[in-house]
Design a protein around this ligand. Structure first.
Ligand code: IDP
Ligand code: MG
Length: 143
């Protein structure tokens, strides 16, 4: 499966009132919204989601940031979704992100970088199930 990815509009995106602008840019790039919700991550949930980074020096700050307010996870569908979405959002550090990318346009720092995108098909499947139950996905559109 190479047609699904998980986006998260992170707490800075929600606080800066950019939900609409960012979703418009995502949809204009050809992504279909398959599932979407607003949630405030608990510490445990954020730690589970970013488990892969638990030894990194920025881990505690990352968890504090990701639990600082509501965020908007979105399951997206498009051909070549993972790679195309990473291109649309740009590099992790907005100062290194290409012109026109979502992070270049809106992000303040390497940490507060507006949006998450899965980095592989395998992680996309896991990450979608972090936020959406199988029943929810099935009820919505037979995902
Ligand atoms: P990605 O979101 O572009 O895939 P990752 O390396 O997976 O980047 O890091 C996950 C998140 O952790 C980033 O999006 C960012 O919010 C935060 N982060 C990554 N590197 C740093 C850093 O060097 N300092 C502070 N925060 C960082
Ligand atoms: Mg990553």
């Amino acid at each position: 499966m190479n047609n699904k990815t998980l986006a998260i509009l992170k707490p800075d995106c929600v606080k800066k009132n950019l939900i609409g602008k960012v979703i418009t840019q995502i949809q204009s790039a050809g992504f279909k919204v398959s599932a979407l919700k607003m949630v405030k991550l608990t510490e445990d949930s954020a730690k589970g989601f970013y488990e892969i980074h638990k030894e990194r020096p920025f881990f505690n700050d990352l968890i504090a940031y990701m639990t600082s307010g509501p965020c908007v996870p979105i399951a997206l569908e498009k051909e070549n979704a993972v790679e195309d979405f990473r291109k649309l959002i740009g590099a992790t550090d907005p100062t290194k992100a290409a012109e026109g990318t979502i992070r270049k346009l809106y992000a303040d720092s390497i940490q507060e970088n507006i949006v998450h995108g899965s980095d592989s098909d395998e992680n996309a499947a896991k990450e979608i199930l972090h936020f959406f139950s199988r029943k929810e996905l099935l009820d919505i559109n037979g995902f």
